[in-house]
Design a protein around this ligand. Structure first.
Ligand SMILES: Nc1nc2c(ncn2[C@@H]2O[C@H](COP(=O)(O)OP(=O)(O)OP(=O)(O)O)[C@@H](O)[C@H]2O)c(=O)[nH]1
Ligand SMILES: [Mg+2]
Length: 249
């Protein structure tokens, strides 16, 4: 790709069909890489062409499987980056954050720890999102980056059986029962995965609208940790309904 020190070199997304050889497995894997226009430096600019570039980038994000948010390590992480990361995550894309220009980054370990901390604090819903140090100039970290992208894509596409899911779910509810607002316990009955990419689940129960956000987060974190959804966005919606399999109701 053409590069240059001034902002706004890339205007339209450019697609490159490419093959990546896994350094461990040795298998050739097809990759479609899309280089997009940057967003950060243009977000506050009114110029019409630049707005079009941002729209084009967002369009590419919509159709991507894994999005790599490439930051300039010499500038660190800015509020705008957190907003962009949050937007990509909320869109349901698998996300990797990479600190580029690592070859010229100073105080590398405190820089890395600082960005890691700011991400975990500023992106509560995307806690643990992969962060990698890379250099386009030297090639450092690029195999790791593509490797991580394949791994995330797998989590993002993963499906678990309703049986496995509900065995996990019973234990999760047993370990930490849902609250009982007004003295009456919220009843959670079962959970099912309705789709992948991103993994999406529906939880059925009684008065699920009264379930606090913290409990929903408890379940989402457990799903991620215990069932192999790792660090991709997971959607969990609630539905108050009767269990068709429960004769008592
Ligand atoms: N030292 C160093 N410089 C880099 C590295 N990657 C890119 N650069 C330099 O950073 C500048 C910007 O690079 P670009 O590839 O144009 O950046 P971009 O994000 O694509 O920018 P736009 O296309 O304008 O959105 C250029 O001068 C590159 O030579 C790197 O890993 N190390
Ligand atoms: Mg560019």
């Amino acid at each position: 790709m053409i590069t240059g020190p001034e902002a706004g070199i890339t205007r339209d997304s450019i697609t490159i069909d490419w093959e990546w050889k896994d350094p461990d497995g040795g298998k050739m894997r097809p990759v479609r890489l899309i280089d997009t226009a940057g967003m950060r430096k243009k977000a506050r600019v009114q110029d019409k062409l630049e707005k079009l570039s941002v729209a084009d980038t967002l369009h590419a994000v919509d159709f991507a499987e894994v999005v790599v948010l490439l930051l300039d390590a010499t500038r660190g992480l800015e509020l705008q980056d957190l907003k962009i990361a949050d937007q990509i995550w909320s869109e349901g894309r698998a996300l990797i954050i990479a600190l580029n220009k690592w070859d010229v980054a100073e105080n590398q370990s405190s820089l890395f720890q600082g960005v890691r901390g700011a991400l975990d604090e500023g992106l509560a819903q995307a806690k643990g999102v992969p962060l990698l140090a890379v250099s386009g100039r030297t090639g450092k970290g690029l195999d790791q980056l593509i490797g991580a992208a394949f791994e995330l894509r797998e989590q993002w596409s993963k499906r678990v059986s309703t049986g496995q899911l509900n065995r996990w779910f019973e234990r999760a509810v047993e370990n930490n029962p849902p609250p009982a607002p007004g003295g009456k316990r919220i009843k959670l009955r079962y959970i099912t995965q309705i789709k992948t990419r991103p993994p999406s689940f529906v939880l059925f129960g009684n008065r699920t609208d009264e379930l606090p956000e913290s409990y929903r987060r408890y379940l989402v974190n457990g799903l991620r940790r215990d069932l192999g959804f790792g660090t991709v966005p997971v959607r969990l919606t609630m539905r108050s309904s009767k269990n068709p399999f429960d004769k008592k109701d």
